[in-house]
Design a binder for this molecule. Structure first.
Ligand code: NI
Length: 128
């Protein structure tokens, strides 16, 4: 791999702020990210991921909805962790594994729940 010096200098400056031990590791991560994105978009290989949602558990209807959705997609869900963040708010981390299209669909439905404060999906490789 050869890169233009100006670009490399900017990249080195950028990764210093990200605490990378070596430039090779930073480049490997970028490549990995790109490959994962490709796997994701093509949708034939299984991916692993974590869906995070923060919601108000006083909204009972929402709690039921989130639970129903999870049961509809139980074949994708590896585990869930529930954290009581405050008097009102709960954080749920749902670890998933399966087809990217389905994982994305599940995340979208959970995030769309009325009363969900924040939702995110992080995708990674299954390591295969
Ligand atoms: Ni809770």
């Amino acid at each position: 791999v050869s890169l233009e010096k100006g670009l490399l200098d900017r990249f080195d400056k950028h990764i210093r702020g990200k605490s990378y031990a070596t430039r090779s590791k930073a480049i490997a991560d970028l490549i990995q990210e790109d490959l994962i994105r490709k796997e994701w978009s093509e949708g034939n290989e299984d991916v692993a991921g974590a869906i995070t949602v923060v919601y108000n558990h006083h909204k009972r209807e929402l709690v039921n909805t989130l639970l129903d959705i999870q049961h509809d997609y139980q074949h994708l869900i590896v585990s869930t962790q529930h954290v009581h963040l405050s008097h009102e708010h709960c954080l749920e981390v749902i670890v998933v594994k399966g087809k990217p299209v389905q994982v994305q669909e599940l995340a979208k439905k959970l995030k769309a729940g009325k009363g969900v404060k924040h939702g995110s999906l992080t995708m990674t490789t299954t390591g295969k």
